[in-house]
Each structure stands twice: as C-alpha cells, then as structure tokens.
Design a protein around this ligand. Structure first.
Ligand code: ITT
Length: 194
C-alpha cells in the first residue's frame, strides 16, 4: 500500500455504480479498482441483507473489498420496486411505474447500503436521497432509474444533471462518503464492527 492511499476493490456488475464510486471516494485517498462481477443475491426483504450476502460471496480478494446494494423505494406502491429494482427495470422498463403513479403520490427515495470487508471484518454504510418520480423519462446521463427521479429541491432529473451534481447528493455518494471518512481515519478502523 502506498502512503496516503487506500486500495479498495469494488465488486459490481454495474459500470455506472463504479464510475460514481470512484469519483466520490477519490478525495478520501481511496484508489478504487473494479472487479466486474455479479455476486449471488438472495431473495431478501432488505438491502442490508443483500449487501451482507454480496460481501460474504466475495472470494479471493485481498485488502478492502466494497460492494453495495441499492434500490428505488416508492411509499405509495408499498416500497416497490425496492429490493427488486434491478430485476424490475430490466424486465419491464419505466412504463408500469409511471402508469401506476398517474393517480398516486409520486414521492420516492433511493437508498444504498454499502458494505466494506477486510479479512473477516465487515462494516456497512447507508445513504438516502428523497425526491419524486417524473411523469416521463428525461435525460441521458447516469443509469437505471435516473431519467425518472427528480431529487428534492431540483427541477431536473438525475439523468439531466452532470455526474458531479448527482454525486453531491445521491444515496450512493452519501453512503460512500461515510465509508470514505471511515477509511481515511485509521483510528476508527478498530473501533467499528458492522
Ligand atoms: P451489482 O452488480 O452491484 O449488484 P446491480 O445493477 O445489479 O449491480 P443492484 O442489485 O444494487 O445493482 O440493483 C440496483 C438497481 O437499482 C440498479 O440496477 C438500478 O436499476 C437501480 N439503481 C440503483 N442506484 C441507482 C442510481 O443511482 N440511479 C438510478 N438507478 C439506480
């Protein structure tokens, strides 16, 4: 390990997640490497459970390993698509959600549970951002549900904003800045167990 630099390997199949994570963690002295791989995800009720299963599924990597599980939660749809966000979007696209929300409350939030592992230790970090679902998709940046998510206080969707703007407030950035602060302060490394 080089002085002032923490090497972390992010295991994810999602290139959008990696791009965002690398930019968010850089100011904390984290050099993020990408291992592009889908990890086994159990049928589970919570992102935290899935994130823990993902980190437990990582094999053969030395040093700090990062995984995360994220989802879009819409309270007027009982939290749907939530933990099923990835599967739902690839199967159905935005159509059914937009249709269901025509006569329902459009508020929503994104949530990320990031998990760091090193040897047999685990730490988790949570981030959220609130907003509303736009009536139709707008913008080409980002990934996933970004074209239909308008963060609180914004008029544009995440997909209409530059990456830096999303990274200032996103669920992922909020969770990963907590991870970054933890990694940047070695004294905390021995005092927290997730
Ligand atoms: P992994 O390999 O890391 O699991 P994934 O894309 O399958 O990659 P998740 O299982 O965490 O990731 O699924 C989360 C889904 O939620 C993701 O595929 C997107 O559809 C959506 N999502 C998560 N974060 C998002 C973001 O910042 N903007 C838009 N959509 C997001």
């Amino acid at each position: 390990m080089r002085a002032g630099v923490t090497d972390v390997t992010f295991v994810t199949s999602n290139p959008g997640k990696f791009r965002e994570a690398r930019a968010v963690l850089r100011p904390y002295g984290v050099e993020l490497a990408w291992r592009r791989r889908s990890l086994p995800e159990p049928q589970a009720d919570s992102l935290a459970e899935v994130a823990r299963a993902k980190i437990d599924g990582v094999r053969g990597l030395a040093g700090y390993v990062l995984v995360e599980d994220s989802g879009l939660f819409i309270p007027s749809l009982n939290g749907f698509p939530g933990v099923y966000s990835a599967h739902f979007l690839t199967t159905w696209g935005f159509g059914p959600v937009l249709e269901l929300l025509r006569h329902r409350d459009r508020r929503a939030y994104f949530r990320t549970v990031a998990a760091l592992g090193r040897n047999d230790r685990r730490w988790t970090f949570v981030g959220e951002v609130r907003g509303t679902i736009a009536p139709r998709p707008r913008g080409r940046n980002g990934f996933g549900y970004d074209p239909i998510f308008v963060p609180e206080g914004w008029e544009r969707t995440f997909a209409e904003a530059p990456a830096e703007a999303k990274n200032r407030i996103s669920h992922r950035a909020r969770a990963l800045r907590k991870a970054g602060r933890f990694l940047a302060h070695p004294s905390r490394r021995t005092s927290r167990r997730g």
